[in-house]
Design a protein around this ligand. Structure first.
Ligand code: FAD
Ligand code: SIN
Length: 529
């Protein structure tokens, strides 16, 4: 018989870079459960190509890295957070090496690549598959640690707080654990003294995304339902160069390719980036993605091209072997021909409002990594700063939790499914997924307007109403939970975009094309209980 109630000192939801780094460190303080709704290797982390930013070269400086981060963030970064996180780059890269990450080297030193909006070469990388190398190095000690229990194919449904249990709170609410759906379709209770949400981003809110299918914004939705404010959700980073593949999923073409000399062109081979920015191909992502979008609309075409041939076959084979292999399988030899590309949703700069230690508005509940918003990225993330943020947040979160008294574990009530009727129609789930993605892609993309946002909001309201009616009457499944979360996060993104009456960084509105002199973070707060 499956045990449907568990107790741990610490519960970590998600096993990307943030979750795994935290698990390794928390195991020294007590028992840890790490849950993942799929395979442990299915995460944004595993797909990261370019690398992790850190100042490793004597010609560079932390001040340069800080200045580049602030410039990309378009006046909205929290400078204290930038200083703290960027200042950890070198040490974190060295720690990853100690965990066994095989970064590329040149003789005795690391080979550093160049990415857009970085003034210096400072990206440590493992060829063009850095995320997999980091993920594997962090996962091995997690699976070998007797203090850590791994639950694959287990999906967090919601976190449980004292208020959920009907307790009246004098002070801030407290998280007591989570409800978790197991592969048999049963909802388990996991009680924990501290719960860390490390569930990554929400790229699946869009039709075209570089993210794997697990990126459905679950952590943001769970934290919001628990009562946590969210911050800056209007800033969705579109990666400029994702493979245009209308008949299948896309694949990222790392920015490091442009760092080494790849060019953005139209179908006639005309390189167009110099028309938009003096930094050309190495302008920040928001500028490059908008330029591609503008060219596509001007020429009435579905995609532009990335011409990688200027790098030469030798460099392509040595530095980008995985991209080369993957595209050859799709019939494109990047040594011989330009690649059709489109911008695709890539990274959420916003998320659950936290400090660097991941603390949320609820005691005992933390959000770390892409699911959180610390203020590091401001209105646009500098490439390769996010893996760094995941790891620094995980470290600081554990340092904080390690100083906390061990609160008693609480009894959690069983999941209430008394309203569930036998399932009738699953078709509604598929239909709603498609409608959400269509609304977000058509109305909340790279270029927005007041009318487009209003349309998105109206459509999402109808979809959310249908999902709410369906949710409590049907047996829950991974699809249904993801749909509910995705629809909530999409709605929050639109609400945040409607609040920003200017164009800044990744948020561009044709009705408000200028950047205001004064600005602030967009903070949405759940209705009080
Ligand atoms: P993730 O790595 O996404 O892990 C989240 C995990 O949580 C997943 O395994 C997921 O299955 C699990 N999960 C989600 N919901 C639930 C739930 N309800 N219950 C249980 N488990 C759940 N950044 C860089 O700095 N450098 C790069 O080179 C780079 N390249 C990138 C390339 C690609 C293609 C992509 C998509 C992103 C890239 N990024 C890069 C961004 C970076 O990879 C991510 O921001 C970072 O890895 C996020 O890590 P994380 O630990 O927060 O979340
Ligand atoms: C890339 O390799 O282009 C992605 C880097 C990032 O998103 O940080």
């Amino acid at each position: 018989m499956i045990k449907n109630s568990h107790e741990f000192d610490y519960l970590i939801i998600g096993s990307g870079a943030a979750g795994l780094f935290a698990a390794n460190k928390l195991a020294a303080h007590g028992s840890v459960a790490v849950i993942n709704k799929g395979e442990f290797s299915e995460s944004n982390t595993w797909y990261a190509q370019g690398g992790i930013a850190g100042v490793m070269d004597a010609a560079d400086s932390v001040d340069n890295h800080i200045a580049d981060t602030l410039r990309a963030g378009a006046g909205l970064c929290h400078e204290d957070v930038v200083r703290e996180i960027v200042g950890c780059g070198k040490r974190i890269i060295e720690e990853l090496i100690a965990y066994g990450t095989a970064f590329d080297t040149e003789g005795e030193t690391l080979h550093l690549s160049h990415e857009a909006a970085h003034s210096h070469r400072r990206i440590a990388h493992a060829k063009d598959a850095t995320g997999k190398a980091v993920g594997e190095a962090l996962l091995a000690p997690v699976t070998a640690n007797a203090n850590i229990t791994c639950f694959q194919q287990h999906m967090a449904v919601d976190v449980i707080t004292a208020r959920h249990l009907g307790r009246r709170m004098q002070e801030a609410d407290r998280c007591l654990g989570a409800y978790v759906l197991n592969p048999a379709g049963e909802v388990l209770r996991i009680a924990a003294r501290h719960t860390i949400i490390a569930t990554g981003g929400a790229g699946k809110v869009y039709r075209y995304t570089s993210n794997p299918h697990v990126a459905t914004g679950d952590g943001i939705a769970m934290a919001w339902r628990a009562g946590c404010p969210v911050m800056n959700l209007e800033f969705i980073q579109f990666h400029p160069t994702c493979l245009y593949n209308p008949s299948g999923s896309t694949t990222l073409l790392t920015e490091a390719l442009r760092g080494e000399g790849a060019l953005l062109t139209d179908a006639d081979g005309r390189a167009f980036m110099a028309d938009y920015d003096e930094r050309g191909e190495l302008a920040p992502r928001d500028i490059v993605a908008r330029a591609i979008d503008y060219e596509m609309k001007k020429l009435g075409c579905d995609h532009m091209y990335l011409d990688i041939r200027p790098l030469g076959s030798e460099k392509i084979e040595a530095h980008f072997p995985n991209i080369l292999k993957r595209l050859i399988k799709l019939g494109i030899d990047i040594r011989q021909q330009p690649v059709p590309i489109v911008p695709a949703a890539h990274y959420m700069c916003g998320g659950v409002q936290t400090d660097i230690a991941g603390r949320t508005a609820i005691q005992g509940l933390y959000a770390i990594g892409e699911t959180a918003c610390t203020g590091l990225h401001g209105a646009n993330r500098l490439a390769s700063n996010s893996l760094l943020e995941c790891l620094v947040m995980a470290e600081q979160c554990v340092d904080f939790i390690g100083t906390q008294p061990k609160e008693p574990l609480q009894h959690l009530p069983a999941w209430d499914d008394s309203g569930v009727k036998p399932e009738t129609e699953r078709v509604q789930i598929k239909q709603n997924w498609e409608e959400i993605r269509a609304a977000m892609s058509n109305y909340v993309g790279i270029v927005r307007s007041d009318e487009r946002l209003r349309r998105a909001r109206r459509r999402l309201a109808i979809i959310r109403e249908e999902i709410a009616a369906y949710y409590w009457q049907h047996p829950i499944s991974r699809n249904l939970i993801e749909l509910r979360n995705l629809s909530l996060v999409a709605d929050l993104m639109v609400r945040a975009a409607q609040q920003r009456k200017e164009s800044r960084g990744l948020h561009y509105s044709t009705d408000h094309p200028d950047m205001l002199d004064k600005t602030e973070d967009t903070i949405l707060t759940p209705d009080s209980w």
